[in-house]
Design a protein around this ligand. Structure first.
Ligand SMILES: [Zn+2]
Length: 58
């Protein structure tokens, strides 16, 4: 069985920058360009505000 991808590429809803993030973050993930919130921690997989472009395996 394959587990969930550990990293995601997400697109910022405000400036469309694509950024790689950990799928299970411990803290809020912010856009590196404009500072918008991309994802918030839930204790498991992050709740995304940005768009998931694709998972990154390995
Ligand atoms: Zn942004």
């Amino acid at each position: 069985m394959r587990g969930p991808a550990p990293f995601w590429i997400v697109k910022c809803p405000d400036c469309s920058t694509e950024q790689t993030m950990f799928s299970r973050p411990a803290m809020v993930v912010s856009c590196s360009v404009c500072g918008a919130t991309l994802a918030t921690p839930t204790g498991g997989e992050a709740k995304l505000r940005g768009e998931l472009v694709r998972p990154v395996s390995g």
